[in-house]
Design a protein around this ligand. Structure first.
Ligand code: NAD
Ligand code: MG
Length: 402
């Protein structure tokens, strides 16, 4: 009799383990102790949560980006007899993402701060689970070429992109010929029916209370402005290699259909489920198999009626002017998506800090794109410089606004 040897557990580095995607990832990982082992966890500043995660998942390394939290974590872990080694500083993120003992990297840092570690994982040929959409928006073709040359496997974690990935044929060489378009669904966020005239009064707390999803602050604000969907259109363009004219958006307030693919023969294939990020996370972790996610199944008998609306109506254009920038920056000079992303990160940060109003986020994005026309980036250094200069421009725009 031939015995089937147990497969070696996938060794994981979870970049951004203390965030919303990071904690959901660990929730799925905890359900499958035989399938996964945790090699490294990283976070910016939440010491208590990182301590709890280290004691439970026993990673070899835990990294805190900031110095003081790293020191605090180290002392606390030592006092508990933990063997986890504490690292500090953003420069070590790349090493944890590309370490030879790591099979899979969950990229769940928020913003362009995650770009370098994503590229490191891509170059090292890892299985790369991408939640950090800003990294792909900024990295664009350069990111994809690192994935190709490094032999990495890029798996989308964003729920819409996971839905599209699940609805596309396995053979990516046929996507362009057989797909008419892909349709990203958008909930419309907390202000889908709010009068556009009152949007300037929106507070950070209101913007962060999403009707269907519990997420980090930045993506919550992006969902309220629909800049999240704008970034997702750009993300879809790079992930699936489709012309921007083949990417559509439809508003679907119930967030049950997570996105769809329309084929040449007009057939539409969609992925549905309850709005719970553990589903796309489990799909990425288990791919090409399916593993338990912990999410509640969908009961069609009790599901609220599903509705769909055009995002491109006059009212929605007034509410969500940022969404259309996706198609504009994809047509503009290479590097323009990175400029838009940088401006938006600065604008959202300033909004959350109470420095600018909600509707000024779009003003900052638009003005930064007008003022800063980039030259095409060819290296990571070019991209980082472009990102830094776009941020400076956005800060200057903000100083003129307030
Ligand atoms: P979050 O703010 O909850 O968590 C972010 C994580 O990144 C935290 O662990 C934080 O410590 C770490 N971090 C923050 N700044 C950092 C820096 N400068 N350097 C290194 N680490 C840093 O964010 P989130 O909601 O989990 O989102 C993470 C990413 O996933 C974002 O790109 C977001 O767009 C994407 N995403 C999130 C969701 C969701 O439901 N939350 C859904 C789809 C995609
Ligand atoms: Mg999404």
């Amino acid at each position: 009799m031939i015995l089937k040897l147990p497969l070696k557990p996938q060794a994981l580095t979870i970049l951004g383990s203390t965030g919303s995607i990071g904690t959901s990832t660990l929730d799925v990982v905890a359900r499958h102790p035989n399938l996964f082992s945790v090699f490294a966890l990283t976070g910016a500043s939440k010491v208590d949560l990182m301590l709890e995660q280290c004691l439970r998942f026993k990673p070899i390394y835990a990294l805190m980006v900031e110095d003081a939290p790293a020191k605090q974590l180290e002392a606390l872990l030592q006092s508990k007899g933990s063997k986890t080694q504490v690292l500090r500083g953003a420069k070590n993120l790349d090493e944890l993402a590309s370490h030879p003992d790591v099979d899979t990297v969950m990229a769940a840092i928020v913003g362009a701060a995650g770009l370098s570690s994503c590229l490191a994982a891509a170059r090292a040929g890892k299985r790369l689970l991408l939640a950090n959409k800003e990294a792909l928006v900024v990295g664009g073709e350069l990111f994809l070429s690192e994935v190709r040359t490094g032999g990495a496997k890029l798996l989308p974690i964003d729920s819409e992109h996971s839905a599209i990935f699940q609805s596309l044929p396995e053979d990516s060489s046929t996507w362009r010929e057989c797909v008419e378009k892909i349709i990203l669904t958008a909930s419309g966020g907390p202000f889908r029916s709010r009068s556009p005239d009152t949007l300037h009064l929106v507070t950070p707390a209101e913007a962060c209370s999403h009707p269907n999803w519990v997420m980090g602050q930045k993506i919550s604000v992006d969902s309220a402005t629909m800049m999240n969907k704008c970034l997702e259109v750009i993300e879809a363009h790079y992930l699936f290699g489709l012309d921007p004219s083949k990417i559509d958006v439809v508003i679907h307030p119930q967030s049950i259909v997570h996105s769809m693919v329309e084929y040449k023969d007009t057939s539409v294939v969609a992925q549905l489920g309850t709005p719970d990020m553990r589903v796309p996370i489990a799909y990425g972790l288990g791919w090409p198999n399916r593993i338990e996610s912990g999410a509640k199944p969908l009961h069609f008998q009790t599901t609220p009626p599903m509705s769909f609306e055009d995002f491109d109506s006059n009212e929605h254009r007034a509410r969500f002017p940022g969404l259309l920038l996706a198609w504009e920056v994809l047509k503009a000079t290479p590097g323009s998506p990175a400029v838009l992303n940088a401006a938006n990160e600065i604008a959202v940060h300033s909004f959350l800090a109470g420095k600018i109003g909600f509707t000024q986020i779009h003003e900052v994005n638009l003005r930064t794109l007008e003022l800063f026309v980039p030259s095409a980036p060819h290296t990571l250094e070019d991209l980082l410089e472009l990102d830094a200069r776009a941020r400076q421009t956005a800060l200057q725009v903000i100083s003129e606004l307030v």
